[in-house]
Design a protein around this ligand. Structure first.
Ligand code: COA
Length: 352
């Protein structure tokens, strides 16, 4: 027979004491920045064999922002989003203890974008962590920041998603099914430790690497003799490649699963959700999920029509816009959910 663990009640007691002092993390400010350059479906009709009707019907996208190489970088867009979030949080930038930066399109191959943002914000010395979980990246980043706050290690954390996808899109007819979807932008949230019983209630992270190549950019990869070669440059492996049908089928299942997981863990039902903010992958996917959960239009926030799919930036951009429009109020139960390359999928429930 197995003996009782030696720590027995002592362990329980320590756990209870710890639970009392455990902080929650609250989002106290959200911000976003999108490039000024608007690319409409009519603009795309001029460079590839596509139509406004096809794009709107299959994706819901009417226009998107593509960066201006003279002005925009992944880190400077993130800086602008962070400054807006800090201003709304009424927090001095010097109060920030740590940065968690989600992007799969960093300015450099290395170092990551986190240190560039840190430098632009004048926060040299604090830690900066980079997250590469694609469309689920912001929720992965939020989860990590939440754990650091719960353990008491940090008080104020910037959580950021920023992406430039347009420079890796194949804008020829061959790449049209994905190049009409992906776009550029940045969003940020300031997370702060609180003793109040609200904030991030839980986060749920998942991945299945069996599908890594169903949505990916292969090059420049490191596991070959040279990272760059004439043959590689002549090919299409630097472009984003997506198996759209597989992505769609998995996305609708995983979105539902991970939203249910968050609700169940916290003892809520779908009726308790005040606002669902899905990763803006494709309006058809969002609508499908909305239908499954029988949520009315006012309880689901979509802005993909104007921004396309901005990968890790899509949720914080949507959160920032929803807040601006008064769709997120104190005390609301907000559900974030994402699915993307990896495959990865994730959710979070937040009592605002
Ligand atoms: N304009 C016009 N026609 C296009 C096109 C475009 N931009 N892209 C593809 N087509 C054509 C195809 O060539 C195909 O033509 P064919 O029947 O003559 O061969 C036809 O449209 C249907 O293509 P298919 O790829 O089967 O379309 P689909 O209905 O699956 O829609 C996606 C394609 C990409 C919109 C869809 O698969 C999807 O939404 N997938 C999920 C993508 C996603 O959310 N990604 C982000 C995840 S984070």
């Amino acid at each position: 027979m197995l003996s009782e663990p030696p720590y027995g009640n002592g362990y329980e007691l320590t756990r209870e004491l710890k639970a009392e002092s455990v902080k929650k993390s609250r989002i106290i400010g959200v911000g976003h920045y999108v490039p000024e350059n608007i690319v409409t479906n009519a603009d795309l009709e001029k460079v590839m064999n596509t139509t406004n009707e096809w794009i709107v019907e299959r994706t819901g996208i009417e226009e998107r922002r593509w960066f201006d190489p003279e002005k925009d970088t992944v880190s400077n867009m993130a800086t602008k989003a962070c400054k807006m979030a800090l201003e709304r949080a009424k927090l001095d930038v010097k109060e920030i203890d740590f940065i968690v930066f989600a992007t799969i399109t960093p300015d450099y191959f290395f170092p990551g974008a986190g240190v560039l943002l840190q430098r632009e914000l004048g926060l040299q010395g604090i830690g900066a962590l980079d997250i590469r979980n694609a469309c689920s990246g912001f929720i992965y980043a939020l989860s990590i920041a939440d754990q650091f706050i719960k353990t008491g290690m940090y008080k104020n954390i910037l959580v950021v998603g920023s992406e430039i996808q347009s420079s890796a899109l194949d804008k020829s007819d061959e790449g049209r099914s994905s190049s009409v979807i992906f776009a550029d932008g940045a969003g940020a949230a300031v997370l702060q430790a609180t003793d109040e019983d609200r904030g991030v209630l839980s986060t749920h992270l998942h991945a299945d690497g069996d599908f890594a190549e169903d949505l990916y950019v292969r090059d420049p990869g490191s596991s070959r003799k040279t990272r760059l070669s004439k043959e590689l440059l002549d090919g299409k492996t630097f472009n984003l490649t997506m198996n759209g049908n597989t992505v769609f089928k998995h996305a609708v299942v995983r979105f539902s699963e991970v939203i249910n997981e968050a609700l169940e863990q916290n003892g809520y039902t779908k009726e308790d959700i005040d606002l669902l903010i899905p990763h803006q992958a494709n309006l058809r996917i969002s609508n499908f999920v909305q239908k499954q959960f029988k949520l009315p239009d006012e309880k689901v926030f979509n802005n993909i029509m104007h921004y396309g799919n901005t990968t890790a930036a899509s949720i914080p951009i949507a959160m920032s816009e929803a807040w601006e429009k008064g769709k997120i109020k104190e005390g609301d139960l907000i559900c974030l959910a994402a699915f993307g390359s990896g495959f990865t999928w994730a959710s979070s429930l937040i009592r605002w």
